[in-house]
Structures are given as structure tokens and as C-alpha cells.
Write a protein that binds this ligand. Structure first.
Ligand code: CA
Ligand code: CA
Ligand code: CA
Length: 237
């Protein structure tokens, strides 16, 4: 078990605890470099760093940021077989000027894309990101981002900074930060639907393109950690 920035054995023995200041706000685990061994991405709040460790607890790379909230892992750039790491930097400015950003890193810590937000309005620093597979039939992972502040709609982004889809959520009587989201195949085709809700409404969005191929095709997506051990913790990636 990875708990925070420590690896714990089945009997509770602490195998290692990484020497990183602060506490872990988000963790992602995947074989990022394709060598057959898992890597562990850890967003350290307080220390304000995005980090990737190996299973021995060695820090493979660390990047400073403003407020490290989430790290999600997947193949967000399918032109390389190695996986990418996406960080959500919440920033430290809680005024109307404050805004978060999504940052895409290669498996070895090279910054590939950095979001520069140009939208305006309050609470643009509360975004949550989640890795989502199987929106369409491309073999890639996407970034579901929601709770982005002001009247911004939840959105699907790719690993190159492109916007793949936006999800109009018309109830503006409750603040944007009241948004929650989930994604899963609930309608029975092999693609994922996106669910956005607040205390009043739940909206389900799907890909409107006709599905080509067999519904019996094996699911190629990475496991969705939101489908088990779900927590209401609003910051869960
Ligand atoms: Ca690896
Ligand atoms: Ca890739
Ligand atoms: Ca579906």
C-alpha cells in the first residue's frame, strides 16, 4: 500500500518513507517508463513539489510548483509509448486573480505543456482533474477537469493542451465549486460517460459519435480508481 509518501507492507511494516517535506495530496501509480516496474507519482502539498519515485522509494525526479494538488498518470500523449504525468497546480493566490493550471510532464519529468488560463471570475483555483479512458475509440487517456471556477464548464482535455469536449452544466444558482463528477460506462457501449452533479441536478454526457466495432471488444482502458473505495473527498483525482 502506498499511503501518503510511504510504502507499507501487508503486515504494517513501513518499507520506506520518502524524504519529502509536506504531505501527499495526490498519488498516481503506473509503469511510466515501460521497464516493467511501477513508478509512484506524489503531489506534495506544503513542500510544493511534483515527484516521481521508484518502488524502492528513490526520488527519480522532482519539480517545484506553487501548490501541488493532484498527479494523474496515463498515456495522455499516444505518440510516445511511455506514459505521462499530469499535475494540477492550485496556486497560492485566493483572490479574484488566483488561478490554477494543468501541467503535463513526460515520464522523466520534462515539462511538455503548461496551461495558461485566460478566463476570468472567482474561484479559478479549485479544479479537480481525473484520468479518463475510452471517451472515444482512440487509444489514449484524457484529462477530465471540473470545478474550474466562475461559470466555466467541466471539460475534457488531451495531453497536448487541446479541448476535446465541454459539458454544459446549466444550474448556476449553486456555485461552480459545488460540482462533483464521475466517469464510467453506464450506458453499455464500451465508452465512458461523464456524470456531473451538484445538490440539485445530475447530468450524464456521452460521446455522440456512432460507435464503430464490436461491443465485445476488450476494454483497453486503465483501471478507474474512482470505481472502488470511492470517497466523497472533493479533491480525489
Ligand atoms: Ca517503470
Ligand atoms: Ca505517451
Ligand atoms: Ca458507454
Amino acid at each position: 500500500m502506498v499511503i501518503g509518501h510511504a510504502l507499507i507492507a501487508h503486515d504494517g511494516e513501513v518499507l520506506w518513507e520518502a524524504d519529502l517535506p509536506g504531505h501527499a495530496d495526490g498519488v498516481g501509480i503506473l509503469d511510466l517508463n515501460g521497464d516493467g516496474s511501477l513508478e509512484i507519482a506524489v503531489a506534495m502539498c506544503g513542500g510544493a513539489t511534483f515527484n516521481v519515485l521508484n518502488v524502492e522509494g528513490d526520488i527519480l525526479w522532482t519539480e517545484p510548483t506553487r501548490h501541488a494538488q493532484h498527479m494523474i498518470v496515463g498515456n495522455f500523449r499516444p505518440d510516445t509509448e511511455t506514459k505521462e504525468v499530469v499535475g494540477l497546480d492550485r496556486g497560492t493566490d485566493r483572490s479574484l486573480e488566483g488561478q490554477d493550471r494543468i501541467i503535463v510532464y513526460s515520464h522523466d519529468g520534462e515539462e511538455l505543456w503548461r496551461e495558461e488560463r485566460t478566463d476570468e471570475g472567482p474561484e479559478r483555483w479549485l479544479s479537480i482533474i481525473s484520468r479518463m479512458s475510452n471517451w472515444d475509440q482512440d487509444d489514449r487517456d484524457l484529462i477530465l477537469a471540473y470545478r474550474r471556477g466562475a461559470d466555466r464548464e467541466p471539460e475534457l482535455r488531451d495531453g497536448y493542451g487541446g479541448t476535446v469536449a465541454q459539458f454544459p452544466f446549466p444550474d448556476l444558482d449553486l456555485p461552480n465549486r459545488a460540482q462533483r463528477a464521475q466517469h464510467a460506462d453506464i450506458l453499455g457501449d464500451p465508452r465512458s460517460e461523464v456524470l456531473i452533479w451538484n445538490a440539485r441536478w445530475i447530468y450524464v454526457y456521452g460521446n455522440g459519435d456512432e460507435y464503430a466495432g464490436s461491443y465485445e471488444e476488450p476494454d483497453r482502458s486503465l483501471p478507474n480508481p474512482r470505481l472502488h473505495n470511492y470517497t466523497h473527498y472533493i479533491g480525489m483525482p
